[in-house]
Design a protein around this ligand. Structure first.
Ligand code: DCP
Length: 229
């Protein structure tokens, strides 16, 4: 989709039209998919959910399961592939007046890759290679994001939901893993104490039951869709 260099020198999407892009961020099982589904049913927007099916099956392999089995061996494999599939989403042509997507290239790096490295589960050379890739991408390709909607949860709530949904690969996830990811999200999007935040952040408390969550999404509709560009 890339055929063009703008004045910034960065590659841009083919037929770049600068429609608003909203990224839904939050811990594992924070309810991102529910949020995307709600807005896809009630508005004229394009919704891109995470390509998790690809992460579970790339030419017959399951890098997501491998990563949970042995993060030190397979973390790089999974995260390289995630970076590719998420970049592909960022660069695909927007098919409605607004795009809403699950997570972003930024959280893949600033939360998941950083966590693997900082927790001693990713060798330094793997981290260095992923970081070189990430920095090349953000320095050379335009990845516009206009708003981050942060579904703010407690790690315990995510843990409960994780148990309920019972995804095979995720059975090994302990509460501590969700606590670490939570603190990394908070440092990034709330405390502004880790990495650059690429867009304004709207926080939605997301520990509530489904009915209350849908109500809150509706209450925030105006704020979400009148995002300035
Ligand atoms: N994952 C990962 N590294 C990333 C992104 C995701 O290891 N860079 C893993 C974490 C989960 C799985 O992929 O095991 C899916 O994660 P998400 O939280 O993105 O998707 P959910 O389905 O959990 O989101 P939600 O329940 O909020 O809809």
């Amino acid at each position: 989709h890339l055929n063009n260099r703008l004045r910034t020198g960065k590659l841009v999407r083919d037929g770049e039209d600068r429609k608003p892009v909203i990224c839904i961020e939050g811990n594992i099982a924070s309810g991102k998919t529910t949020c995307l589904e709600y807005f896809s049913k009630t508005s004229n927007i394009e919704v891109l959910t995470e390509p998790i099916s690809k992460w579970r099956n790339v030419r017959g392999h399951n890098p997501l399961a491998l990563m949970y089995e042995d993060p030190a061996r397979w973390g790089l494999t999974l995260q390289t592939y995630i970076q590719l599939t998420v970049l592909d989403h960022h660069l695909s042509k927007i098919t409605a007046p607004v795009r809403m997507m699950e997570r972003s290239l930024y959280s893949a790096k600033y939360i998941f890759v950083e966590n693997l490295y900082k927790s001693g589960k990713m060798p330094e050379v793997d981290y260095a290679v992923l970081t070189e890739w990430f920095e090349w991408i953000i320095n050379n390709i335009s990845i516009p994001i206009d708003l981050i909607v942060y579904l703010q949860t407690s790690p315990q709530k995510c843990f409960d939901r994780l148990k309920q949904r019972c995804r095979e690969e995720e059975k090994v996830i302990p509460l501590e893993y969700l606590e670490t990811l939570h603190h990394m999200y908070e440092d990034w999007l709330i405390n502004h104490s880790s990495f650059k935040v690429p867009a304004p952040v709207l926080v939605i408390p997301a520990d509530h039951d489904l009915q209350k969550m849908l109500h809150q999404f509706e209450e925030n509709r105006e704020k979400i869709f009148t995002v300035p560009r």
